[in-house]
Design a binder for this molecule. Structure first.
Ligand SMILES: [Zn+2]
Length: 146
């Protein structure tokens, strides 16, 4: 049975949840590391609907997905929340695609990215706090190289 709850998820609540998990130490300017309190609302990203901020310290722009696996994604925050839930809880891609209004190919692509990221962050021994593992897996190791 499908649960198309995507329309029931609140944009602001989804953003708050993602911010907590994507940036456990708080959202910062990725250019100069200034705290987010120096970020001023700049515009709304047309694709994802995310607020884009301009740093008052360095004039750099950034948003919530910056520095994460979802950096170039146009998925709206409620979609990302449900996609993560579906993938992490092992929901079949076909069903997840129907519920999110995405193609199965897109869901499979994200599943593979998330799994590859999870393997890259697999600790040598199990951590006592499972949350730390899943939070780290959202960080985009590739972005930090640049
Ligand atoms: Zn900055």
């Amino acid at each position: 049975m499908d649960f198309p709850i995507i329309d029931l998820l609140d944009m602001d609540e989804s953003i708050a949840w993602l911010e907590k998990h994507f940036h456990p130490d708080g959202l910062k300017c990725p250019h100069c590391q200034a705290d987010h309190e120096h970020g001023r609302f700049f515009r709304v990203n047309r694709g994802s609907g995310l607020p884009v901020y301009r740093c008052q310290n360095c004039e750099g722009v950034y948003h919530l997905y910056r520095g994460t696996l979802f950096a170039g994604s146009q998925l709206a925050p409620p979609h990302v929340v449900l996609l993560l839930q579906g993938v992490l809880q092992g929901q079949p891609s076909k069903q997840l695609a129907r519920e999110l209004g995405l193609t199965e190919k897109t869901v499979l692509l994200w599943r593979h990215r998330l799994q590859a990221q999870a393997e890259a962050f697999q600790p040598p021994s199990a951590l006592p706090d499972g949350a730390a593992e899943s939070d780290e897996m959202f960080q985009n190791a590739g972005e930090k190289r640049g």
